[in-house]
Design a binder for this molecule. Sequence first.
Ligand code: AMP
Ligand code: ZN
Length: 464
Amino acid sequence: MPVALYDTWSRTLRAFTPIQADHVGLYCCGPTVYDHAHIGNLRTYVFEDVLRRVLALNGYTVRHVVNITDVGHLVSDADEGEDKMEKGSRRTGESAWAIAERYTAAFMNDWRALNLLEPTVWCRATDHIAEQIDFIAELERKGYTYRTIDGIYFDTSKQDEYGFLARLDVAGLQAGKRVALGEKRHATDFALWKFSPPDTLRQMEWDSPWGRGFPGWHIECSAMSAKYLGPWFDIHCGGEDHIAVHHSNEIAQTQARHGTRLANFWMHGHFLTLDTGKMSKSGGDFVRLRTLTGRGVDPLAYRYLCLSAHYRSSLRFNLDALDAAQSALDRLRRVYVQWPEGGMPDTHSVARFKVEVDQDLNLPRALAVLWDVVRSDLPAATRRATVDRFDAVLGFRLADWKKDVSAIPAIPVDIALLADERERARAAKDWNEADRLRDQLRAEGWHVEDSSSGQALRRLDKTQ
Ligand code: AMP
Ligand code: ZN
């Protein structure tokens, strides 16, 4: 049975066959590095990692390309507002380049903590300005562009199929936006190159045939995927928010230049949402992996939580669900370490597991197969060898696990979230908010100390 994957382009489950025998080209839109990744972003990378592992399980060699957006992503996806990098620079007082460096490194740490396989290629937008300029020049030569006061735009009216991926009602959008368009000709047109504003000095800008400026956000993915995977490859992934704008625009550009829609399959992970209750009280709408892990939750427990929901259903994050995932992982580790090595996998269970993951990555059902094996009366060495096979997809690093879970420090997650929020307030130099959060922590029984390396938490004893 071949792998079946849900393709957003056709809105159907399709049997997967690679364009080139045994090789799969996989492009995943990466982070915009003006701030930390939140656990929602990370859910999408976990889904993509599992996809890659399932492809490998089926014998394919995967060439996995992930970009780093370090320029050009404006605050609004519709090319309005400030560049997120320059905004991040004003927030923290560091240069846009330093911010990109710092948050890229932080992102890579999260990546490794979640045991995501290293991509074949990481590519930064700012390292590929020449490729992006070439791409735009070619679009211009083919008659797809026009100039406005602030940049070079892609004319989406030149394509009958524009917006098909999102089933966009292009005429409806146009009617709704007519007044607010400015010099843009159509509501769905988008920037390929933005000019540096005449009165402000940008930190990130380059010369181009059209004047000094910087690339629009979408062009980097069309240019870099073509460079590393060719203009027609197997699978393109991202979060569901990318369907309507970013991926529709990547397709428009590549269609215009190369006559392809980039990828044979378009796959999208659904969102992680936050529970209203406790989480929003203390964490706002921004929770980092470090918020959870730095204070005692295992990053792989978050991975477990992600796998417990299908990637095409939204997942509501809350602390109870995270606790349950951590307990399940702990239970699994405790039994696993007792099983002796040297067995052979149970072929029937391996086949059952494979049926589930091959069916559009049905990880919740694959986890159920895992627990069936754990509870089965198969010999212990057989169970170990079988679960090892599963772990090649699940990525829980069971064979490496040595730590005693009872030794995990007990800082409650809601306290960790408050502390994290305070760290962010301090980074933004919002001292009133930072003080308010310190008082709130104190009321909850925790003292926070600041030092050059960050803040440390200490439990107050009852007399303080
Ligand atoms: P960004 O850093 O904003 O460019 O986003 C990085 C990736 O995270 C993209 O694939 C987004 O589609 C995805 N993403 C953003 N928010 C969420 C969320 N709440 N849940 C899951 N994925 C998300
Ligand atoms: Zn992209």
